[in-house]
Design a protein. Structure first.
Ligand code: SF4
Ligand code: SF4
Length: 322
């Protein structure tokens, strides 16, 4: 694909990407090698984008995604044609927790991970929006954002057309996403999208306050530069204590890489009542960690401050503080 070849040709083999790559640190993917056209263990790439954030010459993460999709023989699954998402949607919580849709100035977008693993976060999202006085309804074309690997078999123009179609379905209203990956992907195609953390932080004066002491560790995930400050702002506006922890990558579900990364993360957040995340993928990793610190999505923390903790019933690790 010409777009990939162009990006590879611009690599000067400086190695800056290797220094920040969480996978490389544990013997996984070597982005410099992949950019040179070698295998570079690309299947161990956790798709975090740290390489592209430091690279001054090209865009290695886009190459990694393409090469990884090729290496694992990824293709658009039938379930996408049936549901619009690349994984089967989950029934968990859907009949008990119906989203509080209210016509308003924006649409809510869930994303594949929420639909497949944590649909209760859609409910939490609508509650959080209502808490700050904003109604929302489901994005009419609420489908996969085209970030996942299967879409890397398409051309850039084909993916762009899908995203623009999603944006057009909002008819000019902003799209509020529960997943920072979805939000970033839509914005790459100039679709008017924002992450719910940023949306809530802009309305932090309307947030309720906890009436108890809660120690919150913050894990902003791969999109930390767009999210960290607003996650801190929301946490403080809710009257919770931010423990000022270091943060890092959860390693998604890449075996051999996620385990040591999660061990580091859990050690860093030890002592907190709750790990606050903005990313549904991070949510699934922290919630699945045996005896780990319980995790909450930012929409759930806002809902909890308003007295609604119903989504916590669906967590594997329930915060003892609630
Ligand atoms: S991808 Fe960028 S950071 Fe990595 S080796 Fe090439 S030029 Fe350097
Ligand atoms: S996306 Fe992340 S894991 Fe993959 S090569 Fe880049 S820095 Fe490494």
């Amino acid at each position: 694909m010409a777009e990939i070849a162009d990006r590879m040709a611009k690599c000067i083999q400086c190695g800056a990407c290797e220094k920040v790559c969480p996978s490389f640190r544990f013997g996984g993917c070597d982005p410099k090698e992949v950019m040179a056209g070698k295998p570079g263990n690309v299947t161990k790439c956790v798709q975090c984008g740290a390489c592209s954030r430091v690279c001054k010459n090209t865009d290695p993460v886009t190459v990694m995604l393409y090469m990884k999709a090729k290496a694992v023989g990824s293709s658009i699954p039938m379930v996408y044609r049936e549901t619009g998402f690349v994984r089967p949607v989950s029934d968990v919580s859907r009949s008990e927790l119906r989203p509080v849709w209210k016509d308003g100035g924006q649409y809510l977008m869930s994303g594949c991970i929420v639909e497949s693993f944590a649909p209760f976060l859609i409910y939490a999202g609508t509650v959080a929006m209502e808490v700050v006085g904003e109604g929302c309804t489901e994005l009419p074309k609420n489908t996969c954002c085209t970030y996942p690997l299967p879409f890397r078999t398409m051309t850039f123009a084909e993916r762009d057309a899908i995203k623009k179609d999603m944006g057009d379905s909002a008819s000019g209203k902003p799209i509020v996403a529960l997943c920072p990956g979805c939000e970033a992907e839509l914005r790459r195609s100039d679709v008017n999208a924002t992450h719910i953390v940023n949306f809530l932080a802009d309305r932090k004066d309307k947030l309720p306050k906890f009436h108890k002491k809660i120690k919150v560790a913050i894990e902003p995930g791969c999109h930390y530069s767009d999210l960290l400050d607003d996650m801190i702002a929301v946490t403080k506006a809710l009257g919770a204590e931010y423990v000022d922890n270091d943060f890092g990558c959860c390693g998604k579900a890449v075996q051999g890489i996620t385990e040591p990364l999660m061990e580091e993360r859990e050690a860093e957040v030890e002592g907190a009542d709750v790990i606050l995340v903005a990313c549904p993928m991070c949510f699934t990793r922290y919630d699945a960690y045996p005896n780990g610190v319980p995790v909450m999505h930012v929409a759930e923390l806002v809902a909890a401050a308003a007295g609604d903790t119903r989504t916590l019933a669906y967590h594997k690790l329930r915060p003892a503080v609630f």
